[in-house]
Design a protein around this ligand. Structure first.
Ligand code: RI2
Length: 323
């Protein structure tokens, strides 16, 4: 089997959203790189690095907004160029991919433990889209007797809210399904909003499914706490270094009737699928290393940088610009 085909298939699935969710796409890309590396047949290190860079870029291009994807790829490939030959490069990739996927799973459990305690007893919780970090937290809180009802938004245009509602039902958690535009109407019935994140930028803004910022605004107006559940690999170092987060636009078909797009000939159709919620509307970000204020995002990012050790000039020169 040609390993490139497997990577291509994973990339296609991420792009068409058969594989989705910021954490899941990162873990899938990491595993795809590891599988690819494991079955690469050559012996030339330079060729191997070039191939790895090509597939890393191809996987990264599938979903531009979620920094989890970028961080997952970089954590998998970190320092590969310093290995002496192809077998040790392969081994390092396999080890780092396993470390990344395992730590990502553990992070979600840690978030659930910590975040559950922030949900008051007897709560009606509102969630948006389909975040496993948020849902595992809600499930833990439900098991701890803290959640009575979960309001799940539809999450247009892709309707990930349906995935959420089914998951809640499968786990025996009472669910109320509402359309996105009903959020403000129901805010008086909500005790806490719990959502996930695709990216957290250095200024503490949370980039999550389109509509999240409107929900935060409505929660703020009604003094309903708004918390975000996110693994530390969703914090963006690039934003600390000046980059802006690119907001993915998934094109008109998800917005117009896919069966009859010609009905709207001439109309301008925009479909940004994420938005940015400013830090002033966020009460807390629950991570696996604890609860952090959005205003502490820079510190979390600095801690992540330090995990790689100090950046010397020599290191900077030898570093591969993977993405
Ligand atoms: P977890 C999703 O993106 C949603 O925006 C969700 O809130 C976020 O990823 C985080 O999900 P999409 O792939 O990593 O549905 O917490 O566009 O599962």
């Amino acid at each position: 089997m040609d390993p490139t085909q497997d990577v291509d298939a994973v990339a296609r699935s991420i792009r068409d959203m058969s594989i989705r969710g910021a954490g899941m796409i990162a873990r899938s890309a990491s595993s795809a790189i590891s599988a690819y590396a494991g079955s690469w047949q050559g012996t030339n290190e330079r060729e191997f690095l070039d191939e790895l860079q090509r597939i890393a870029r191809m996987l990264y291009s599938t979903r531009p907004t979620a920094v989890s994807l970028r961080n997952g790829i970089l954590m998998t490939l970190r320092g590969v160029e310093s290995e002496k030959d192809v077998p040790s490069m392969r081994e390092r990739i396999a080890r780092q991919s396993k470390e990344f996927t395992e730590s990502a799973e553990m992070a979600r459990e840690g978030i659930a433990e910590i975040g559950s305690k922030r949900i008051p007893k007897g709560s009606a919780v509102l969630t948006h889209c389909n975040s496993m970090a948020a849902l595992n937290t809600i499930k833990k809180a439900f098991e701890d007797g803290r959640v009575e009802m979960v309001f799940s938004t539809e999450s247009r245009p892709w309707r990930q809210g349906h995935v959420t509602a089914r998951w809640l039902l499968d786990n025996g958690i009472p669910v109320t399904m509402i359309v996105d535009s009903a959020v403000r109407h129901f805010m008086r019935d909500i005790d806490i909003v719990v959502v996930g994140a695709d990216t957290i930028s250095a200024n503490g803004a949370v980039i999550n499914k389109i509509g999240t910022s409107q929900i935060a605004l409505a929660a703020h107006e009604s003094r309903v706490p708004f918390i975000v559940c996110a693994e530390t690999f969703k914090f963006s170092r690039e934003t600390l270094l000046g980059s802006l987060v690119e907001i993915e636009d998934r094109g008109p078909v998800e917005v117009a009737d896919p069966m009859k797009p010609s009905d709207f000939k001439g109309a301008r159709i925009l479909n940004p699928v994420f938005d940015a919620t400013p830090p002033e509307y966020i009460d807390a970000i629950v991570t696996e290393i604890g609860i952090v204020s959005p205003y502490m995002a820079t510190e979390v990012i600095r801690e992540m940088f330090e995990m790689e050790g100090p950046v010397t000039l020599e290191k900077r020169r030898s570093r591969i610009n993977w993405l």
